[in-house]
Design a protein around this ligand. Structure first.
Ligand code: ATP
Length: 301
């Protein structure tokens, strides 16, 4: 490679890091502070404790009037089912999550959780029952234990330790100077990216929500950490209705139902095997990722 390629690639990777940090910060910001774009109705009631039944019934949505993003989305997730969302960039995967968590109101159709229309309940009471494990982990200054208990203050020490074990985080926590009492600097700056992700997985386990949203963590971690994280995420999905936004299709192979989104429409649905047999949109998406992987190894495209 030429001498100029190194500094240039460094600039680009730093740029990517900064952009990631900005995206991450805005997501955390959204969770903590942002005034909701939608208002609770006058007669909004608190969402009762949910079991995790989710219905999208002929949902249409646009961020900007006249520019429809989701068209006629219909699906039903039973409690405990794992749903994968895939499709090209800009297809509408994140938008489905944005409206399920009601950061925006839909134009027509309805979204129901446990047969209750989500626009009839207080937003906070809905979101409190949904755990989102986002790309950029959010940790605050406090001990590891404080961070694990963040979503459920009455969790026992034992529950937190169990969660850490299931998330694959126990080993590195015990290697810290003060174990679970180790103080984390703001954002968990004294931890590696992989460790921060494992902690947020453990935290979601402690919270034990009935509804889980995973935006696949695409991070630069070593293979072993990656395995730990993938394992932790699988544990986390157990018994929860899960929506997983997949960028790599391997993370949703086990899903009960994969929704293939293209230009705002659900163009295919089914299990991995069913969709592969179809030799349609999903199959092509899968093959192109597979080829991409192969050419990265062989240098042949
Ligand atoms: P990716 O894989 O790149 O994350 P995605 O499938 O999650 O893509 P979305 O983020 O849901 O896609 O975007 C769907 C469409 O909605 C895109 O055309 C995008 O430009 C548009 N969009 C997303 N967020 C907004 C917003 N806040 N305001 C207006 N348009 C938006």
């Amino acid at each position: 490679s030429s001498s100029i390629s190194t500094p240039l690639s460094q600039i680009f990777s730093e740029y990517a890091l900064i952009m990631n940090a900005i995206a991450g910060a805005s997501r955390v910001f959204r969770i903590l502070d942002e005034k909701p774009a939608v208002a609770d109705g006058e007669n909004a009631i608190p969402m009762p404790t949910i079991s995790g039944d989710v219905i999208f019934d002929h949902v249409d949505f646009a961020y900007v009037p006249g520019r429809t993003v989701l068209k006629d989305n219909t699906f039903h997730a039973n409690p405990g089912q794992i749903f994968g969302l895939c499709g090209p960039t800009g297809a509408g995967k994140s938008t489905i999550i944005n409206i399920l968590t009601r950061y925006y109101d839909i134009m027509s159709g309805s979204i129901q959780v446990d047969n209750v229309r989500i626009d009839s309940v207080k937003q906070d009471s809905l979101r409190a029952q949904i755990a989102q494990v986002l790309q950029e982990p959010f940790l605050f200054s406090g001990t590891i234990m404080d961070n694990l208990r963040y979503a459920r203050e009455d969790a026992t020490d034992e529950e937190c330790v169990d969660a850490a074990k299931q998330a694959g985080a126990y080993e590195f926590i015990m290697a810290q100077p003060e174990g679970f009492d180790t103080f984390l600097m703001d954002g968990g700056a004294n931890l590696s990216q992989g460790q921060r992700q494992m902690l947020t997985i453990a935290r979601a386990m402690v919270a034990h929500p009935r509804l889980l949203i995973l935006d696949e963590a695409t991070s630069n971690v070593d293979t072993r950490t990656e395995k730990l994280i993938q394992n932790g995420l699988l544990h986390l999905q157990e018994g929860k209705t899960s929506f997983i936004i997949a960028h790599r299709l391997s993370t949703i192979r086990h899903a009960d139902c994969i929704l293939v989104i293209n230009e705002g429409e659900i163009v295919e649905r089914g299990t991995h095997n069913e969709l592969m047999k179809k030799k349609g949109f999903y199959f092509n998406l899968y093959m192109s990722q597979f080829r991409g992987k192969l050419s990265a190894v062989t240098g042949v495209s």
